[in-house]
Ligand binder design. Structure first.
Ligand SMILES: [Zn+2]
Length: 99
């Protein structure tokens, strides 16, 4: 199989064989990679509580402690916090919608 010029291995359209969508898919993936794992609104106490869950003194002490996994653990906890935040926002929005 001929290698398509500029084929993107993560392309959803061709699976990495190369297609016209490859450059676009690569661009999208690069943009996703630059997005922050978690964003907190300083004025939102729920956000700040989530931030504290993975970035607080206790969480960092545990992650970088003798049994911790360091950045891997922090990143995983950040992803969990981000998920919790998304769920909270969704339930908040649906509450808004039904009122
Ligand atoms: Zn492709």
């Amino acid at each position: 199989m001929a290698e398509f010029k500029g084929a993107y291995s993560g392309c959803e359209w061709c699976g990495g064989n190369g297609c016209l969508q490859c450059p676009e898919e690569r661009k999208k993936a690069e943009q996703r990679a630059m997005e922050p794992i978690f964003t907190a609104d300083r004025n939102n106490p729920d956000d700040m509580a989530l931030l504290n869950e993975f970035c607080g003194r206790e969480a960092l002490g545990k992650a970088f402690g003798p049994d911790g996994e360091g950045m891997v653990e922090v990143e995983r906890n950040a992803a969990i916090a981000s998920f919790k935040q998304a769920v909270r926002k969704m339930s908040f929005e649906s509450k808004e919608a039904t009122q």
